[in-house]
Design a protein around this ligand. Structure first.
Ligand code: PLP
Length: 428
């Protein structure tokens, strides 16, 4: 058994100082039992805890580190950038460079505003959509996470449209009542709500592949239907590609599925491990943002040179010839191996992958929305998770999180992962 003594001691201390001992709830091991590991360092595909254990990492800081941890080119660029000062509160050429890279990879984005997190990106995109349309309501989908801004922490009950039940205490009902939540992949429910309510609906926001319910793939008919109906009624279509951007393909899910949204939110990979988010889209919509227009949105550290440098360098490496394909191939290799291991071990699982993100559901039914994802056996997943950790593989501590592949994972890492998975599948 691996020792986790030092992690445990740090957790005891941190629990007195920080709510739940962590600075983001998903980091606690609540869904899988046990205590979180405290990390000392990471390099390439490996992460090392404070007790000296090493793990092959598929969390990758929850998605950003598509080149692996501490990629030499990113680290060197950051060292050089830090020497020149970490923030000026004035515009730099680096921001122009990153904006140029992003808009060329995402042709749907005529203009882009850089922020510090995915939460800021979605919150601001929705504000822009409301300012642009003069409407208040938004439609989101069950199981999609768009950051922790008040009006977005709303879930749906079962059945048809559920209007405004806050998911978290502290979110006023008056806020939540402007959020309509519908089931993912169900175009008919969207049609009927939009037809009835379109005069009040500013935007529809979605994760085009739902990474926050594991890895739920969209029906092409659903995405096409959303594009058609939003165009018809002047509703702004927002793709939240904070996770899927640079992951499903270099140009995100919109490139992969060939759908052009009005607005796009980016985060995670765009910052290469530093805090960066971005929102952008059609010029006429983005022109409402201050100081060009009246919709206010600002940030003391937005576009700071360190964060820009990590983003630019990451996207440079990632856009290199054949690099994305190479990462995707590694993910395909892992997919094949995990499916085969589950089969040999007699485990009832269902595997989904979109480019370089993936999820193993502990059930054999098909998963196409939150309700079907939720049918997974969470106890089995928890056992699997703990066995994998013991076998030297770090997965996200929840059935409803995606796993991520990086450029740094070697064939040997993947083979070790598959072997560990076979042993873990046998035990659950
Ligand atoms: C992670 C995530 C966010 C929130 O981003 P933060 O940087 O954590 O604020 C928003 N939307 C999606 C789809 C995400 O995966």
């Amino acid at each position: 058994m691996k020792s986790h003594r030092r992690s445990l001691n740090l957790f005891k201390k941190s629990s007195r100082l920080i709510p739940g001992g962590v600075n983001s709830p998903v980091r606690a091991f609540k869904a899988v039992g046990g205590r979180p590991l405290f990390i000392e360092k990471a390099k390439g595909a490996k992460i090392y805890d404070v007790d000296g254990n090493s793990y092959i990492d598929y969390v990758l800081s929850w998605g950003p580190l598509i080149l692996g941890h501490a990629h030499p080119r990113v680290v060197n660029a950051l060292k050089n950038a830090a020497e020149r000062g970490t923030s000026y509160g004035a515009p730099t050429g680096l921001e122009v460079k990153l904006a140029e890279m992003v808009t060329s990879l995402y042709p749907s984005m005529d203009m882009v505003r850089l922020v510090n997190s995915g939460t800021e990106a979605t919150m601001s995109a929705i504000r822009a959509a409301r300012g642009f349309t003069g409407r208040d309501k938004i439609i989101k989908f069950e199981g999609c996470y768009h950051g922790h801004a008040d009006g977005l922490l709303v879930k749906a009950g079962s059945g048809a449209a559920t209007f405004g039940v806050p998911d978290s205490p502290g979110v006023p009902k008056s806020y939540a009542k402007n959020t309509i939540t519908l089931p993912f992949n169900d175009i008919d429910s969207v049609s009927s709500v939009v037809k009835k309510e379109h005069r009040n609906i500013a935007c529809i926001i979605l994760e085009p592949v739902v990474g926050n319910s594991g890895c739920v793939l969209p029906k092409v008919k659903f995405l096409k239907g959303l594009r058609k109906i939003t165009k018809q009624y002047g509703v702004v279509l927002i793709f939240d590609e904070v996770m899927t951007g640079f992951r499903v393909s270099l140009g995100g899910a919109q490139e992969y599925y060939g759908i052009k949204p009005d607005m796009t939110c980016l985060g995670k990979v765009i910052g290469g491990g530093l805090p960066v988010g971005a929102y952008g889209g059609r010029k006429d919509i983005m022109s409402v943002i201050a100081p060009e227009g009246p919709v206010y949105q600002a940030g003391t550290l937005s576009g700071n040179p360190l964060a820009m440098t990590a983003g630019i360098e990451t996207l440079k490496v990632l856009s290199g010839k054949g690099v994305f394909k190479k990462i995707e191939k590694k993910a395909a290799l892992l997919e094949e191996g995990l499916k085969d291991a589950a089969k040999r071990a007699g485990a009832r699982t269902r595997f989904y992958r979109a480019g370089t993100m993936f999820c193993t559901y502990f059930q054999d039914g098909s998963v196409h929305d939150f309700e079907t994802a939720a049918r997974s056996d969470k106890e089995k997943f928890a056992r699997f998770f703990r066995e994998m950790l013991e076998g030297g593989v770090n997965l996200a501590p929840s059935q409803f999180e995606a796993g991520f592949m990086s450029l740094a994972h070697t064939d040997k890492d993947i083979e070790r992962t598959i072997n560990a998975a076979y042993r873990a599948f046998r035990k659950c």
